[in-house]
Write a protein that binds this ligand. Sequence first.
Ligand SMILES: [Zn+2]
Ligand SMILES: [Zn+2]
Length: 138
Amino acid sequence: MAESRNCIKCKKVFTYTGVPVCQDCQKETEKLFDEARTYIKEHPDCKLAEVAEITGASHKQIFRWIREGRIEISSAQAADGGLTCGNCGKPIVTGRYCSSCAIKMNDSVKEAFGKNKPEEKKPSSGKLKEHGITKGKA
Ligand SMILES: [Zn+2]
Ligand SMILES: [Zn+2]
């Protein structure tokens, strides 16, 4: 079922596929992403505001890329840009949480799962993961 929508960026009518912008604007965003990422790589000390200004990507957009883990910045840039851990508020350089909170959360998720399951059968998924086995039996 094709649904026509207006692109939230250029207002053009396009076929909606779950993304609120048209393909042209998506391409444009990818281009901006490339530019922003390259700029940050080449200017490790630049400010995020500068990146936004030079590439034309919005601050919000750059933050999104960082939170998606697509762009990694220095801690100075993080502090300057105000990117902080969603849990403890410490400056972070990528993703949503600082590494220690990410680990803690991972643990609490595991714990929660462990508590939900009574002691009977212990799933060996953890062990499988350690061995890097993701495929089924050969
Ligand atoms: Zn568009
Ligand atoms: Zn944290």
